[in-house]
Structures are given as structure tokens and as C-alpha cells.
Design a protein around this ligand. Structure first.
Ligand code: CMC
Length: 435
């Protein structure tokens, strides 16, 4: 089903007899959108929307967010139910193929993913080209981009089987690439994936294991990791997903598109926020310093933001943040951490912010990143791996959105317009005549 047309908006240009009728398109839920495709042809004007806050760039059946109510649905299923009852690979099947798998589909999907976890052996030597102190997101960008140099047999984006194999390869190999980036940074041997382990379990094995000891993965921690992956798996047309779609709209191969998504995710306003939250908590240092920090956040001239707070779409509690907070308590209890000063600081910071008029009036609530860093730190992840973990999970969303775009008959190259405010045409001035 495509969006259905019902109703319209009529626009007229003041002082002229030009007018146009913009059809209203209705999705299955959520606000209608005005179809502006004929606007320029009819009126000779474009629309202006920096940051695309009011622009729908595509039709999608994958993820729905109601930011006012704090609702997040993957293919119609509430995130709370998926986080509680599902597994990351089941969610991956759901996002990629549209439905939860039955038992036979689930087994075949898992087998498919878990059998693609190894990397081409030559990729090992690729790592040696990086400095040991490189940020793992830089390594991730480079290695994922390089996958297109290794897997030539799945690069034909017009072949559904190639698309399927590329998707499997990306989802399967991402934990291996990420864990190897970490191992490289600390100078430990790379751990090969173990296909008898579950997805999250195998990731923790490759992160924490060493070849000299048999590895044990705590099931409570691997379940928590699986849940963190579910919470980060997709989030409709966010910056990195839109980057993947934009790169993909040119016909670029999926490995290159996901590398573009990783670059976009890296920024502190997006996936880099989980790392920034821990840095911020470290800088605040003590509960007594919270009022001073909040005052700096509220100061217009300071450029300081409360990291892990606020969201372009959610004007209510991010539903993922609630699950993350619960998971945080579970993980700390399992690890026997009774008093975590960082958690105490975060909870007090949240309490103070949620009762402060500045945050209330701007509808700023904790987002998914506010608690995730505390959990990951407790699980032994170094801060610079936090965004990498986000990228591992979001690969499922990126590749699902990429596949949907390629299969969409309305897909065209993404090419926004602009409001040009630079110089008008002028003649070249030779060097000797310039002031
Ligand atoms: N701390 C203080 N003030 C804030 C914050 C914040 N975290 N977020 C927004 N504001 C203020 C902002 O100063 C502005 O005030 P005013 O109207 O007086 O100029 C108003 O709220 C609206 O902010 P905006 O920057 O126009 O909103 P946006 O939709 O463009 O930005 C955001 C959304 C997520 C980039 C922003 O809230 C932010 O920078 N948050 C901190 C970083 C963060 O936690 N990012 C993770 C987002 S969730 C995971 C993900 O997407 O990857």
C-alpha cells in the first residue's frame, strides 16, 4: 500500500494569479504530508527547510515514531514488547523482511547470519595500516568501506540475491570488524568469531576473550547487550539513515553506503552522544556541581548542552531511555555494583533537569544515549567503543532502509535544492587588479 491521496492544500502567490493545489497524502498512521512535487512547475518556487524538520523524504513501512506520545514501533510492534520478548536477530529479520520469522524462518535466518561472521583473511592486514590510537569509528568507517573491495560477488544492487547476501554479510561481519578495532587498539590478538554462540554473545566473546583462555560470556550481560542492540536497531529517517539513503540513491554499493552512514553517526549530536554523556558526567564529577553545570547549559552564550537530552522528534520521554535505565539497574546488580557514583550522578542530573523550567518548556527529555554509556562502561567497554556499538546495531536499520529504497519504484537520486544568497554573476578579476 502506498500513501493515499485525500484532500489538498491550495497555495496562491500573493499579488499574482498563480495558484497550485498540493494533494495531501495519508500514511497508515501519523500526520498527512503535502505533496509538493509540482510546486516549482506551477509556482516557480522551492520550499526552504534547513535540517529537514518538516520534510518527508520517502515513503517507508519500517519504523514509526510518535514523538509527542513517546511511541516507537518497528514494523508496527512497540519497542517495549520487542525489547522484552524478542531477540536482536529476530528483530533484524523483522526490519529487513517485514515480519517476525516463524520457527523455520528464524533458524534459517540465524544460520545465514551466524555463518557469515568471518572476514576475508586479507582484511586482517588492513588493520595494521591504522595507528593503534585511532578512534575505532575511524577504523570502522575505513574497514566497512573496504568491504566493497573484498566482496565483488554481491555488489549488483539490481539483483535481489546480491542485495540479500550483502545485507547478511554486513549484519554478520559488523561485530567482528568492531571487536577487531578494539583488540587492535589494545594490542591483543584478534579473536575469531564462534558460530555456535548467539549474536550478542559472540560479540562479547570477540571483545573480551583471549586465545589463551576458554571464554565465558555471562548470560545476563549477553541478554543486556542483545537488548541494547534491539533498542538501537532502527529509528526511521535520522541523519545517518538519511545519509545511507542519499548515498544509495546514486546507485553506490551497500558497503560504501553503510560506511557513509557510519561517518554520519559519529557526530556528537547523533551516535557520538553516548560517548559525550560519559565525558560530561566525568567533567561534572560530583552531584554538588550539577547546579553550576545546569546554569552553564542554560546560558545562551556557553554552547554547552546537556548530552543525552533532547531529540529532534521526541518531545516526550524517549521510550528507549526508559528501557535503558531499567537495563542499567539490571546490569549493575548482576555485576555486584551497589553504588555507582556515575549512575547516582546521572539520576540526579535527570531529576534536576526534568524539574527545571528551561528543559520543561523546551520539552527536553532523556534520550537513548543518557543511560547507555553507564551500562557499557560497567560491562567493560571503553568510552571510545560506545558509538561503534551503536553502529553495529544500526547496521540492521541502515541496510533495511537501503533495501526498501532500492525496491521503491518512486526512488530517484536524492538532490535537494537551495536558497542561493551568494554573489550574483560577476567578471573574473586578474590578480594584479585585486585589492
Ligand atoms: N541541552 C540544552 N539545550 C538543548 C538541548 C540540550 N541537550 N537540546 C536542545 N536544546 C535547546 C536548544 O538550545 C534550542 O533552544 P532555543 O530554542 O532557545 O534556541 C532548543 O532546545 C531546540 O534545540 P535544537 O538544537 O533546535 O533541536 P534539534 O532538534 O535541532 O536538535 C538534538 C536535536 C538531539 C541534536 C539536540 O537535542 C541535542 O544536541 N542534544 C544533545 C545531543 C544528544 O543527546 N544527541 C543524541 C540524540 S538521540 C540518539 C541519536 O539520534 O543518535
Amino acid at each position: 500500500m502506498s500513501g493515499t491521496a485525500n484532500g489538498s492544500i491550495t497555495l496562491t502567490v500573493e499579488g499574482s494569479n498563480k495558484a497550485t493545489r498540493l494533494p495531501l497524502l495519508h500514511g497508515s498512521i501519523g500526520p498527512a504530508v503535502a505533496d509538493i512535487r509540482k510546486l516549482y512547475g506551477d509556482l516557480g518556487v522551492f520550499t526552504y527547510d534547513p535540517g529537514y524538520g518538516a520534510t518527508a523524504s520517502c515513503e517507508s513501512r519500517i519504523t514509526y515514531i510518535d514523538g509527542d506520545e513517546g511511541v516507537l514501533l518497528y514494523r508496527g510492534y512497540p519497542i517495549e514488547q520487542l525489547a522484552e520478548h524478542s531477540t536482536f536477530l529476530e528483530v533484524a529479520h523483522l526490519l529487513l523482511n517485514g515480519e517476525l520469522p516463524n520457527r523455520a524462518e528464524s533458524q534459517s535466518f540465524e544460520r545465514g547470519i551466524l555463518r557469515h561472521t568471518m572476514l576475508h583473511e586479507q582484511i586482517r592486514s588492513f588493520y595494521n595500516g591504522f595507528r593503534r590510537d585511532a578512534h575505532p569509528m575511524a577504523v570502522l568507517c575505513g574497514v566497512v568501506g573496504a568491504l566493497s573491495a573484498f566482496y565483488h560477488d554481491s555488489l549488483d544492487i539490481n539483483d535481489p540475491e546480491h542485495r540479500r547476501i550483502s545485507a547478511f554479510r554486513l549484519i554478520a561481519k559488523m561485530p567482528t570488524i568492531a571487536a577487531w578495532a578494539y583488540k587492535y587498539s589494545i594490542g591483543q590478538p584478534f579473536m575469531y568469531p564462534r558460530n555456535d554462540l548467539g549474536y550478542a554473545e559472540n560479540f562479547l566473546h570477540m571483545m573480551n576473550g583471549v586465545p589463551t583462555e576458554s571464554s565465558y560470556v555471562n548470560p545476563v550481560l549477553s541478554r543486556a547487550m542483545d537488548r541494547i542492540l534491539i533498542l538501537h536497531a532502527d529509528h526511521e529517517q535520522n541523519a545517518s539513515t538519511s545519509t545511507v539513503r542519499l548515498a544509495g540513491s546514486t546507485g553506490a554499493n551497500p558497503f560504501a553506503c553503510i560506511a557513509a552512514g557510519i561517518a554520519s553517526l559519529w557526530g556528537p549530536a547523533h551516535g557520538g552522544a553516548n560517548e559525550a554523556v560519559l565525558k560530561m558526567l566525568g567533567e561534572i564529577g560530583h552531584i554538588d556541581r550539577i547546579p553550576d553545570f545546569i546554569a552553564r547549559v542554560k546560558d545562551k552564550n556557553s554552547n554547552v548542552r546537556l548530552m543525552g537530552f533532547g531529540h529532534r522528534v521526541y518531545k516526550n520521554y524517549d521510550p528507549r531511555a526508559k528501557i535503558m535505565e531499567r537495563t542499567c539497574h539490571e546490569v549493575l546488580a548482576e555485576l555486584g555494583i551497589k553504588d555507582d557514583p556515575l549512575l547516582d550522578l546521572a539520576m540526579e542530573l535527570e531529576r534536576v533537569a526534568l524539574s527545571d523550567e528551561y528543559f520543561i518548556s523546551k520539552k527536553l527529555y532523556p534520550n537513548v544515549d543518557f543511560y547507555s554509556g553507564i551500562i557499557l562502561k560497567a560491562m567493560g567497554f571503553p568510552t571510545h567503543m560506545f558509538t561503534v556499538l551503536f553502529a553495529v546495531a544500526r547496521t540492521v536499520g541502515w541496510i533495511s532502509q537501503w533495501k526498501e529504497m532500492i525496491e521503491d519504484p518512486l526512488q530517484r537520486i536524492g538532490r535537494p535544492r537551495q536558497l542561493y544568497i551568494g554573489p550574483t554573476q560577476r567578471d573574473f578579476v586578474p590578480m594584479e587588479q585585486r585589492g
